[in-house]
Design a protein around this ligand. Structure first.
Ligand code: PRX
Length: 653
């Protein structure tokens, strides 16, 4: 983020107080901050008390940096907390999910009692397939109810799930299945994307052929399209539907692994972030209730995130279900069946809490005010944002056009690694500044530090660190303790380094400034520059590649790749076909989400004398709009400009 935009942000003087009615009836008041500050572990123990434990914990926290045990000795079953206890409390008829398929009129309403029955059947099915507590199950599904059912069934029998976003390629699936040593893959024939069935199973077939750990593939029939059938394949409806609809669950240790979720780091290899049970569920349940001021009896909540990302885990599945909330689950894209599809869903289900990403908000801004204004959005009362910094303009538009000027906006900062929200306002307490996540939640401690790890004080910018453990924190990187220590705990001894820049403004309000490492944030999704570079250089025509995230009005950042070609490729006539081929190659290696928006063929890459690619210079070039649609760097003036700047940077001129 440039200095100008930074100072523009910090001088933001508008503030929006909580609506009086909401504040008067808010779930959480300002006392929570004081109470948590006085007794952090007591505060979290109180929140853990919101859950049902088969055996109470002996100790709230055992902290042996960087390893934490939360609620040690406690035993619980996560799926019981999300389902059985609500049904036992008489809430069996409450809707857990209003599922909306992409095709119009495709609807399924699932009550808590029905969800419990489905999860019970699936749990029996997994057991029949030999899945046991401690095993890993890979889930590769579209946004259909079976995604949540599969996750909860794993949780019910103590197996860890590893959900892989449906937009990832066969190769990405292979890497994740292999790293996790997954025994079972749960997938579907396909899903609906932009009006047409798109296949998922072929990628699984390709992966399973290379992953000997996989014993079975359980396939949900969603689209009815033709699928190839192998010896390990089983239809979900054949195996699951006839199972008993009741299931006696076992309680597991609070630290039983609940899931792995792979996320990009600064190397080419994704990290399997490990989350466990008791602490994770405590924090997602409490934050979901506190930050959205959830009233489960009356609210209809909609988190638009796909279950393939952490937001989908924590705030589409575990948080809302632990709180007995009624949620909307939508399969499709925002423009499927019309660019006002989302607003028609809000109108139809009277959604009262909406949680989405700045990229989506900026896209809707571009599509114009008429679409949301044409729908009745008066049911909305709290709006949430997540995944990337939200610019004040988008924040104001969200507030005015979607929220009708009456809904507080909660901008929530957190990560796959943190498991749950960490920095966010409380809608009944905080007076919000447009574009700021405001400050750490009760029970969370944040410190912004300089290069040497010294706190910057009440005002000032630096690196965001978390200096106290929190219940939903990652417990490690799967199979890679050293990387866990190196990535998060080594830069600043004893504290968690988030990889983000942050700044306290003159009112001690916190502004998140984006990543400070080589991780890009594309539409709120993390993609590492190295991963895309590795994909590009694995193409036979590419000699070298440098990838940067360049500012983009809609997606926050866009992937721009600079490549040099091999002599053989250079000798041929390059051009559109090669560029398309390179993009497709990246889609094949990683997934369509990692396709570069622009590929620049350069005669050489700007490097320092020690051979390090000068990314900052490339970001400058990528963001200098005069390059426009020109996709080659043949223009010698651009090349010499690069060289000049390079010389200046190296020589310190
Ligand atoms: O850079 C921060 C950004 O997203 C990163 C985490 O990405 P991921 O693990 O994919 O999780 C995204 C959803 C929780 C962070 O390091 N980020 C996330 N939320 C915000 C944010 N940046 C600014 N403001 C936010 N509210």
């Amino acid at each position: 983020m440039s200095e100008t935009s930074l100072s523009a942000l910090s001088s933001e003087s508008r503030r929006f107080d909580p609506p009086a009615g909401l504040a008067a009836a808010a779930n959480v008041t300002a006392d929570a901050y004081k109470h948590a500050a006085e007794d952090r572990s007591g505060f979290w123990a109180e929140q853990a008390g919101r859950l049902t434990w088969e055996r109470p914990w002996d100790t709230v926290l055992d902290w042996q940096p960087p390893f934490a045990t939360w609620f040690g000795g406690g035993r619980l079953n996560v799926s019981v907390n999300c389902l059985d206890r609500h049904v036992e409390a008489g809430l069996g008829d409450r809707v857990a999910y209003h599922w909306v398929g992409e095709p119009q009129e495709d609807r399924r309403t699932i009550t808590y009692a029905e969800l419990l029955a489905e999860v019970s059947k699936a749990a029996h099915a997994l057991t029949e397939l030999g899945v046991e507590a401690g095993d890993r199950v890979c889930i590769y599904l579209p946004m259909i109810p079976e995604a949540a059912i599969a996750m909860l069934a794993c949780a019910r029998i103590g197996a860890a799930h590893s959900v892989v976003f449906g937009g990832f390629s066969a190769q990405a699936l292979i890497d994740r299945i292999t790293d996790a040593d997954a025994k079972l893959v749960i997938t579907s024939d396909g899903g609906y994307r932009r009006g047409a069935p798109s296949a998922l199973k072929p990628a699984v077939d390709e992966a399973v052929a290379q992953c000997p750990s996989v014993q079975n593939v359980l396939v949900v029939r969603r689209t009815g399209q033709d699928v190839a059938w192998g010896a390990k394949d089983l239809w979900w409806h054949d195996l699951v539907d006839h199972q008993p609809s009741t299931h006696s669950p076992e309680a597991f240790d609070a630290e039983q692994p609940l899931f792995l979720l792979y996320t990009s780091g600064t190397t080419g290899k994704p990290k399997g972030i490990l989350h466990t049970s008791g602490g994770y569920l405590t924090q997602v349940a409490w934050t979901h209730w506190a930050v959205f001021d959830l009233k489960p009896e009356t609210d209809v909540y909609w988190c638009t995130a796909d279950v393939g990302w952490v937001t989908g885990h924590s705030y589409t599945v575990y948080g809302p279900l632990a709180n007995a909330a009624t949620s909307v689950l939508y399969e499709g894209t925002p423009d499927a069946g019309g660019k006002d599809r989302w607003w028609s869903i809000v109108e139809e289900f009277k959604v009262s809490i909406l949680y989405t990403a700045p990229t989506a908000i900026r896209t809707f801004m571009k599509w114009g005010d008429e679409l949301p204004r044409g729908r009745d959005l008066s049911s909305l009362r709290v709006l949430g944002s997540v995944g990337e910094p939200i610019n004040p303009e988008a924040w104001m538009w969200y507030r005015e056009v979607i929220g009708g000027g009456r809904c507080p906006i909660v901008d929530t900062w957190w990560q796959t690694e943190t498991g749950a929200m960490m920095i966010a306002p409380l809608p009944g307490v905080t007076s919000c500044k447009p574009g700021s996540a405001m400050g750490p939640l009760p029970g969370i401690s944040v410190d912004v530090v300089d290069h040497d790890g010294h706190g910057v004080g009440e005002t000032g910018g630096g690196y965001l660190t978390l200096d106290e453990p929190w219940p939903a924190m990652l417990r490690g990187i799967w199979n890679d303790e050293q990387r866990f220590r190196d990535t998060y705990w080594s830069k600043f001894a004893g504290r968690y380094f988030a990889g983000d820049g942050a700044k306290w403004d003159e009112n001690h309000v916190l502004w998140l400034l984006g990543r400070v490492d080589d991780v890009m944030n594309i539409s709120g999704h993390r993609i590492s520059t190295t991963e895309v570079e590795s994909a590009l250089v694995s193409h036979p025509s590419v000699a070298e590649a440098a990838v940067v995230g360049a500012a983009d009005d809609t997606t926050g950042q866009a992937i721009v790749a600079f490549v040099t070609l091999t002599a053989a490729a250079t000798a041929q006539d390059v051009g559109e076909p090669l560029l398309k081929d390179l993009r497709d190659h990246v889609a094949k290696e990683i997934g369509p989400i990692a396709k570069p928006k622009q590929i620049v063929i350069a005669p050489e890459l700007p490097k320092t004398r020690s051979g390090k690619i000068m990314r900052r210079l490339l970001v400058d070039i990528a963001e200098r709009r005069e390059l426009g649609d020109v996709t080659t760097l043949a223009d010698p003036t651009v090349v010499s400009a690069i060289n000049d700047t390079m010389g200046a940077a190296v020589d310190g001129r």
